[in-house]
Design a protein around this ligand. Sequence first.
Ligand SMILES: Nc1ncnc2c1ncn2[C@@H]1O[C@H](COP(=O)(O)OP(=O)(O)OP(=O)(O)O)[C@@H](O)[C@H]1O
Ligand SMILES: [Mg+2]
Length: 408
Amino acid sequence: MQNIPWTEKYRPKRVSEVAGNKEAVENFLKWLRSWEAGKPGKKAALLHGPAGVGKTSLVLAYANENNMDVVEVNASDFRTAERIKQIVGMSSQQRTILGKKRIILVDEVDGIAAREDVGGLPALSRIIDETKVPIVMVANDPWDQRLATLREKSILIEFKRLPRTTVQAQLKRICEAEKIECPDDALKSIAERSSGDLRSAINDLQALAAAGKISREALNALGYRTRDKEIFAALAMAFNAKTVREGRLALEGLDLDPPSFFQWIFDNAPEQIPDVRVLSDALEKLARADIHIQRVNNLQRWSLMKYAIPLMTTGVAVEKRKLQPRFVKFSFPSKIRFMTKTRAEREVREGIAGKIAKLCHLSTRKAMRHMLPYLKCIVQKNPEEGRRLAKALGLSSEELSYLQRAGS
Ligand SMILES: Nc1ncnc2c1ncn2[C@@H]1O[C@H](COP(=O)(O)OP(=O)(O)OP(=O)(O)O)[C@@H](O)[C@H]1O
Ligand SMILES: [Mg+2]
């Protein structure tokens, strides 16, 4: 058990080890006590809140501490109503199994809601009406219209982002357990950058430790994970920049080089600037920016980037301002998506993510997004540790070699 991802290794074993969100924990325990007393007000609980703050952990810790049998399902089990009835329906009719009390964990229900074609949700709703076993559902976003019925049948328990200090304290605890040296300022930076997501913070920590040394510089140099959220904020700045300086600031502190950021702007321009004439003028600016970027590449003269950046940010914003301001969501560039997902590669990635998912109580989708980049980083920076992790995860040699050569 030594070489599993740290998020798993240090997952709370008892409820008291779940950090933060005291009120949520209290409400959860109160609800379970009402089950114990034989009169639960609501038969299901819906734990909701941002990623990596302890929702799944709380349920697993409670079950572990009370020696319970956990029936765990997530979105991928919800292909059909039939399947959900098979897995959850049956087990919900039996309060104990082999002397152990049971609890049902339906993780990532919002993932189920995202698949429109399934009858899984109504099936689950009926199961809740008749269950003899506590059913805990977990979601990041519980406000999806399709979850309305399930919401009515559940007590809602909200989790919040963890405070920076809580994240930092958890990181410190892990460093001590791993006997690794870690300056407080580095831990503070990791904690800050996690925005209250302890899973990502622990993953950062493990990646840094595998790379050899935990320091603020190493953290900055790592730069392999760009948060969409940050990019979206940068895009908003770029598309609304009023001065050249504001345009430049949009890129500051972003884990993305200007040519990649160009791709994001280019791809989002048609949605942000829906008027064809204005769009055409904006594209003119982008075309010029692109010429400068090409010159930077061909001549290796980075100083030329100072012409590209104002054109692709403020230049575009000047055009956009000709239109009525209105908010349109940003999206992920199709080119980048295309490049990272050729078919064969995708299959290998999914295979790896599937194995992580199984071990780490995550859907494949989440494993892909929240764990795989770190695994890749560890494998590349510290091959020995990488091999150990690969072994613990049961990766094939093909999968391991994919991680060894894959770009970020
Ligand atoms: N409050 C917490 N206390 C202790 N450890 C935590 C806490 N929150 C997260 N962790 C750590 O982060 C990992 C992921 O947490 P968890 O699976 O509980 O997140 P989650 O809230 O269910 O996120 P998601 O919505 O993405 O499923 C855990 O394995 C654990 O190592
Ligand atoms: Mg979870």
